[in-house]
Design a protein around this ligand. Structure first.
Ligand code: HEM
Length: 443
């Protein structure tokens, strides 16, 4: 026990890493065990740094509302700095980071989203054009590949997308491999992976810099995020440096790519697991896609059944499950003091399985009403650090499924239970391979 907070059983000695080994095998499952055993607050040892899991809407609200200076995301996520680069996000002073977040938001304003929707639809149509009448595919891989195309197309423009080579995807993959549970424990721990990460980051910056310089030389103005970053100025009138622009792009792609690809893969698995519900979604898609209206925000708003399906998928399979903060000043919650130097952690996977917030939480129910407390459902986090890309993420998955479901139907290729939840990195994903069958729908 520590300050009345129950300590999770089963950890090794601090010298042997405490609970770190069990945690890193499957963070969401470990946190679920911690919650079942200890309840609202559960303390464990992440190999020298004690961490307190906080569960439930009240606990989430307390963490989301406290000042970053007291309970800090930036301190906990310092291991991301070499991935995004110095000078952006947690590698920049807080005031600069806030301005950068506003720049991201500007790139996702409604008029931009209206530009992105047809771009995403075009990519999805191009993808299915090569499918033929029927077949089988690893859709985890498929969606990862599709969303790298949609992200680069929306973020960096058509020219970059059209010159996209395997190199970009592979560099990006190398960066992703460096963002694992080890970073939460000791940012310096894995030297080899981190050397590869630094080389990949440097090469990505070269590729993005080339693109920025080409665009500057051409004098052209494009309706994408790259343009937003190129035109943006800080409050002192300074423009972003090319290195900062590269960092902004890597940051944004990183935050949005695997999270969206995973969500798409789970949506497909859940549609195939629930044919009755899938029929409702397809009927709505057909109705909207059958009209002559261009696919924009207004039209997408008419797809409420599909949206409910996506949101329920995010409840059951939230991609990010270790929302972490470093306690800078002792943090009091319900009479317990969490001492400075410890981490606190929120876990959507656990939060979304609370019967008090989600009756019959084990049932997949896309018609379930939103919980009364806005801090109960937290796939996108909350408070000041809530995901800035949440509307874009929903838009992207909605557009992809509007196209896919209008043309194809899908079946599981294995037993429903074989699509397991794994966490080889800090993102929850379906197990490998995630194969489904597709068949062209009859006209
Ligand atoms: C289904 C897809 C997505 C999920 C589940 C998701 C989830 C989250 C969560 C939980 C956080 C907060 C992390 C924390 O509090 O520690 C976050 C932050 C963030 N997300 Fe997303 N996200 C998704 C898609 C996207 C997309 C598509 C973008 C960009 C277009 C994006 C950009 C960001 C950014 C920039 C932040 C950082 C905010 C900050 O540093 O304060 N996300 N996301």
């Amino acid at each position: 026990m520590s300050n009345g907070i129950p300590f999770v059983s089963g950890g090794k000695s601090p010298q042997e890493g405490g609970h770190f080994e069990e945690f890193s095998q499957h963070p969401a499952f470990f946190l679920m065990r911690a919650w079942r055993e200890c309840g609202e607050l559960a303390e464990f040892d992440m190999g020298g740094r004690n961490t307190v899991l906080m569960v439930g809407p009240e606990a989430h609200e307390a963490v989301f509302r406290v000042d970053d200076e007291k309970v800090s995301a930036r301190e906990a996520y310092q291991f991301m700095v070499p991935i995004f680069g110095q000078g952006v996000q947690y590698g920049a002073p807080l005031d600069i980071e806030r301005q950068q977040l506003r720049m991201h938001s500007r790139g996702l304003a409604s008029e931009k989203m209206n530009h992105y929707a047809p771009v995403i639809a075009q990519e999805a149509e191009q993808w299915i054009a090569g499918w033929g009448e029927q077949g089988e595919m690893d859709f985890y891989e498929g969606f990862a590949d599709l969303t790298i195309k949609t992200s680069t197309h929306c973020l960096l423009g058509a020219e970059f997308r059209n010159s996209l080579t395997g190199e970009f995807a592979s560099l990006y993959h190398t960066l992703g491999a460096a963002a694992d549970a080890g970073g939460l424990q000791d940012p310096q721990a894995q030297k080899t992976a981190y050397e590869a990460r630094d080389a990949a980051r440097a090469r990505l910056e070269e590729l993005i810099t080339e693109r920025v310089e080409q665009r500057r030389a051409s004098g052209e103005v494009h309706p994408d995020l790259l343009q937003v970053y190129m035109d943006a100025t800080y409050s002192d009138g300074r423009h972003l440096s090319t290195s900062e622009i590269a960092g902004m792009i890597v940051w944004f792609m990183f935050a949005g790519h695997h999270t969206s690809a995973n969500t798409a893969a789970w949506v497909l698995v859940e549609l195939a697991r629930h044919p009755e519900l899938a029929r409702e979604v397809v009927a709505e898609v057909d109705q909207v896609m059958g009209s002559d209206d261009a696919l924009d925000l207004r039209v997408l708003r008419r797809m409420s059944v599909l949206e409910g399906f996506i949101r329920e998928t995010l409840r059951v399979h939230p991609p990010l499950n270790t929302l972490t903060r470093r306690v800078i000043e002792d943090f009091e919650y319900k009479g317990h003091v969490i001492e400075k130097g410890k981490n606190v952690m929120l876990c959507p996977y656990v939060a979304h399985r609370l019967e008090s917030s989600f009756p019959q939480a084990d049932t997949f129910d896309p018609h379930r009403p939103a919980p009364d407390n806005p801090f109960a459902l937290i796939p996108f986090g909350g408070g000041q650090r809530k995901c800035v890309g949440n509307a874009f993420a929903i838009l992207q998955v909605k557009v992809i499924f509007s196209v896919l479901l209008h043309h194809y139907e899908f079946d599981l290729a294995g037993p429903p239970g074989s699509y397991a939840e794994i966490m080889p990195s800090l993102i929850l994903r379906p197990s490998d391979p995630c194969v489904l069958r597709y068949r062209r729908r009859k006209a």
